[in-house]
Design a protein around this ligand. Structure first.
Ligand code: FAD
Length: 231
């Protein structure tokens, strides 16, 4: 059995030093005759910056938040989860290759809580051990890792470096913090958001599920937190 209660493992390894001032600069540059570097040199009260940034974001002028870039390292997530994550086209990824990295011994995998709850953990573990054994047998007999990986399940874990700007981070939160998002990616995105908010608490109000942003729910299966508006 692979112990995975601490998964996913997420670290924010790079973040903008002063995202509020960066966004303020971007906003002010659009509406000021001053050179941007002169705006940057000024000390501005955080409240004043927050007010302008709030107004600009509410108006939909979202290119101003694309200057803030975040880099995460992510491990202990399933291939099922990473397959969903890589659908986000404004993110950049470098993912551990199943072609070039041959699994040594039992591959790492995740067991969903529902499997445990239904008393299927042992059977699940036996299946993983069997798959791992056949994978090893193939590799020993000369099958390249890129072909042996065909038997690896969605449950196998992966590692990535993922980077994105703040605009995409907010979009990711809006979509994937919704209770209708799959539980593993929701947990991952929640951890990513917490790391960003830990550094810059003012971003907490933006890194929310879409219902909190819109004031209504557009999902067919609503959790009931907000009034439903399904088109
Ligand atoms: C709850 C849930 C269930 C899902 N179920 C399925 C499923 O069953 N099957 C499936 O295939 N996918 C599914 N998805 C994935 C979903 O369809 C999207 O591919 C994924 O969420 C990425 O979202 P996005 O395209 O908005 O975001 P991103 O790719 O991150 O793009 C951000 C925004 O940029 C703009 N944009 C990006 N690329 C283009 C483009 N080419 N043209 C125009 N505008 C663009 C759009 O405004 C987009 O919202 C699901 C997602 C969620 C959250």
């Amino acid at each position: 059995m692979v112990e995975n209660s601490k998964f996913p493992i997420v670290h924010l390894i790079n973040a903008p030093e002063n995202p509020l001032k960066t966004i303020y600069l971007a906003c002010r540059t659009c509406y000021s005759a001053e050179y941007p570097y002169k705006i940057w040199e000024k000390d501005v009260e955080p409240e004043k910056m927050l007010k302008l940034v709030g107004k600009v974001l509410a108006s939909g002028h979202h290119s101003t938040i694309e200057h803030c870039q975040y880099i995460f390292t992510i491990s202990g997530v399933t291939r099922a989860c990473t397959h969903q994550l890589v659908r986000h086209r404004h993110m950049s990824f470098s993912q551990k290759s199943q072609r070039y990295v041959t699994e040594q011994g039992q591959f790492e995998y995740i067991t969903p809580q529902t499997v445990k709850n239904n008393g299927l953990q042992e059977e699940y573990d036996r299946l993983m051990v069997k798959i791992s054994g056949f994978y090893e047998k193939m590799v020993e007999q000369g099958v390249p890792a890129e072909d042996a990986r065909f038997v690896l399940p969605n449950a196998a874990t992966s590692s990535l470096v993922a980077s994105l700007n703040l605009r995409e981070m907010i979009h990711l939160a809006n979509l994937r913090l919704c209770v209708n998002a799959q539980h593993e990616i929701r947990k991952l995105i929640k951890l990513m958001c917490e790391l960003v908010v830990e550094k810059d608490p003012w971003l907490n109000e933006y890194l929310v599920p879409k219902c909190e942003k819109n004031g209504f729910c557009d999902e067919i299966r609503s959790c009931g937190r907000f009034p439903q508006q399904v088109r």
